[in-house]
Design a protein around this ligand. Structure first.
Ligand SMILES: Cc1ncc(COP(=O)(O)O)c(C=O)c1O
Ligand SMILES: N[C@@H](CCCC[NH3+])C(=O)O
Length: 433
């Protein structure tokens, strides 16, 4: 793994000795490398934004979001995809340019839509027919004209965990193409005076290593672009092709370079548009995991070690499914190392157990490690995406801090939660006191 450096048997990440980070900030600790994020964004600029005209790249912030991340993304010249009122609010508070925000969601509430429209969000990605009239009405109230993309369900299968596959016909996301619904939606979009329909969106799934589902989706959406042009004279000005590019977590994962996806998608869009006599729309991509996944590690302190003779050795850590629910949720696998003994020979097989009161709270089954002791530090790799953002307070566990590292410097960007934070919103009715 290219981000791994070793010095005096210690793991160095973002130029920082992680043992020092633990001493300073405690564990569990999310550590995010600014350098990796910048490298990823620069690759997107080089291989997509500069290479192809009329393109935009939005960072899918559900993967990892806080005000500092908004600032990095803004500086790197990317747009932002948000999927909830909370993510939108974070972007607003971080003063992220609203015209560069794409607002998603399969069940946006009225209050969320109001916040988006009032703040002149760049695009609302409409997920169903009923949203359109609501947006039109709210836009009218605020004297605005909301810019819309319609998310379609392209009806394509993707090879990934079924919980993160989104493009198939039977999906809760997007406007179905069967029947007349999509045409009804386009007619509405054209007729409603307070909206400006700009084009279409699809997102086929996440953690993908194959570009076929994207290409199949481009086939479907360009056919739709042709149909709506013929029926209504509607010109698709923008086509958002979603995110989903996979990264390496564990042996067997075979991530592809980003241009494997981008070049194939662009080539297919150009070909189909030329075949159908369509104008080339502005093309948008929306990666989340690919930008942030490899930028993060999580550090834990090893606690009790339990050896069941002839069965297994459980090594317990001070976190688990509360800071990383992915193994319990998707059976996700991670690589990890003992950060203060990186050089030592790995001659033991252990299972890393989280501290939640759940048998399923196992972070890693069968990890090869050197002889470990209580107090050693475990570093789990490539945890930048969907770890901090999916963390929770189960068993009244405070969420860890997030530290940003760069060239040997470290800075807290999210403070560790305290027990008082956990109780801050609880109230005891008078009669129970
Ligand atoms: C609409 C949309 N765009 C982008 C993404 C980002 O996905 P990923 O993090 O896999 O790139 C998602 C999540 O799967 C999504 O639902
Ligand atoms: N939470 C998922 C990704 C969801 C993508 C959003 N549609 C994961 O950890 O892999």
């Amino acid at each position: 793994m290219e981000n791994i450096r070793i010095k005096d048997g210690h793991f160095i990440f973002g130029g920082c000795d992680v043992v020092e980070l633990v001493r300073r900030y405690g564990t569990p600790l999310y550590v995010i490398s600014e350098e990796v994020i910048k490298r990823k964004c620069s690759e997107i600029r080089e291989k997509f934004l500069c290479k192809y005209k009329n393109t935009r790249a939005a960072y899918a912030s559900k993967a990892f979001l806080n005000p500092a991340m908004c600032k990095i993304i803004e500086r790197e010249g990317l747009d932002l995809d948000v999927v909830s009122g909370g993510e939108l609010y974070t972007a607003i508070r971080a003063e992220f340019p609203m015209e560069k925000v794409f607002f998603h969601g399969n069940n946006k509430t009225i209050d969320e839509l109001k916040m988006a429209i009032k703040n002149d969000v760049g695009r609302i990605v409409v997920d169903n027919l009923y949203e359109i009239e609501l947006i039109d009405k709210i836009s009218k109230e605020y004297g605005k004209k909301a810019r819309l993309l319609y998310r379609i369900t392209p009806g394509v299968e993707s090879k990934t965990h079924r919980y993160i596959s989104t493009g198939q016909v039977d999906s809760k996301f997007g406007i179905p193409l069967a029947g007349n619904i999509i045409f009804e939606a386009v007619e509405k979009g054209i007729k409603c005076e307070n909206v400006n329909l700009l084009g279409f969106h699809f997102h086929v799934g996440s953690q993908l290593f194959d570009n076929r589902s994207y290409l199949n989706a481009v086939d479907v959406v360009t056919r739709l672009m042709k149909d709506v042009k013929e029926r209504y004279g509607f010109i698709t000005k923008e086509l958002n092709t979603g995110g989903g590019y996979g990264i390496y977590y564990f042996k067997g994962d075979k991530p592809k370079p980003i241009d494997y996806f981008i070049d194939a998608i662009m080539d297919k869009i150009y070909k189909r548009c030329s075949e159908f006599g369509l104008e080339i729309p502005t093309v948008v991509i929306e990666p989340g995991r690919w930008i942030i996944g490899e930028a993060g590690i999580t550090l834990y302190t090893i606690g009790f070690i339990k050896e069941i003779p002839g069965v297994r050795t459980y090594v317990s850590i001070d976190g688990g499914m509360t800071d990383n629910p992915r193994p319990a949720l998707y059976g996700a696998k991670y690589e990890a190392l003992i950060a203060n003994k990186v050089d030592s020979e790995k001659n033991k097989l252990v299972t890393i157990a989280g501290k939640c009161c759940e048998s399923g709270d196992i972070l890693i089954w069968n990890l090869r490690v050197p002889k470990v002791a209580s107090g050693d530090i475990l570093a789990v790799l490539n945890t930048g995406a969907y770890n901090y953002s999916m963390a929770n307070n189960y068993n009244k566990t405070p969420r860890p801090a997030v530290v940003l590292v760069n060239e040997g410097k470290s800075e807290i960007i999210v403070e560790r939660e305290t027990y008082d934070d956990l109780l801050m919103r609880c109230r005891v009715p008078e009669y129970l006191k």
